[in-house]
Write a protein that binds this ligand. Structure first.
Ligand SMILES: C[S@@+](CC[C@H](N)C(=O)[O-])C[C@H]1O[C@@H](n2cnc3c(N)ncnc32)[C@H](O)[C@@H]1O
Length: 247
């Protein structure tokens, strides 16, 4: 699913058939950021076509990474946590522009977490890598103090929405002023995001067509209806809940 120049990264050392097949499914994609005049930097991502989900660079991730680059002044010097990071392109761009980044994914998906560490090393970026399963309250989540939470293509399985938003709402509540920035495939108009906002006492403060912010060379390689949303706590809703609870 990588969009940029794909460079084969096969290591021809031999080994047993399964290991060789696994290597042959591995590629390194390169993702460039900059203005139309020149590339500022590239990020290399190790992808494995054999695996599902966490080992591809999904289109939502390319759009969110581009947004981070375009908003780089806002990211510089801030603490960022990426949820369901997978191949973690947005988080790596945040690190590149000066954020203090914690990359997280399902604590049970050890191969995804290992790949995240490899990708950090490959790009010489010093990010923390953490197993964080949505809706699970391990000690580590209490030590996170993000100002910006990122999530690319994390709204894809309705069975996980409540766990994901429980984690997002917890992080937003425990870090006043923080924001959740997510890209998602808009498959049901805006009904899904509206429903989730109301349910979790959140509000959407920015909603963009993901393709509107992509340079044409990146947009030409992707398709789908992808939205970018910035989400914060809806304080009015929280006050209403407390006052009706108290009354
Ligand atoms: C569709 S992939 C998106 C990966 C990456 N953000 C991207 O856009 O390229 C969804 C990601 O969410 C992670 N994930 C799924 N369920 C999760 C859970 N319950 N807790 C934490 N991460 C989860 C998967 O491991 C996977 O990396």
């Amino acid at each position: 699913m990588g969009d940029m120049d794909d460079d084969d990264d096969h290591d021809d050392e031999g080994g047993d058939g399964e290991a060789l097949a696994d290597q042959q499914m591995t590629t390194v994609s390169r993702h460039a950021f900059g203005d139309s005049e020149r590339t500022a930097f590239s990020i290399s991502i190790i992808e494995n076509m054999k695996e599902d989900y966490g080992l591809f660079v999904w289109p939502c991730s390319i759009i969110l990474a581009e947004y981070v680059w375009q908003q780089r002044l806002r990211f510089s010097g801030n603490r960022v946590v990426e949820l369901g990071a997978g191949t973690c392109l947005p988080g790596l761009v945040a690190a590149k522009v000066g954020s203090f980044v914690t990359l997280t994914d399902d604590a049970n998906r050890l191969e995804v977490l290992a790949n995240m560490r490899r990708v950090c090393d490959l790009n010489n970026l010093n990010c923390e890598v953490l197993g964080l399963t949505w809706g699970v309250w391990d000690a580590s989540i209490f030590s996170l103090h993000p100002q910006i939470i990122l999530g690319a293509d994390v709204l894809y399985d309705a069975r996980a929405f409540d766990d994901l938003f429980a984690t997002v709402a917890f992080l937003l509540q425990s870090n006043p002023g923080s924001v959740f920035i997510t890209t998602y495939h808009n498959r049901s108009g805006h009904h899904l995001i509206e429903f989730l906002m109301v349910k979790w006492g959140l509000k959407c403060v920015k909603l963009l067509d993901g393709f509107s912010l992509l340079p044409s060379n990146k947009a030409a390689r992707l398709n789908g209806n992808i939205q970018l949303a910035e989400i914060v706590l809806n304080h009015e809703r929280i006050e209403e809940t407390f006052s009706s609870g108290a009354g």
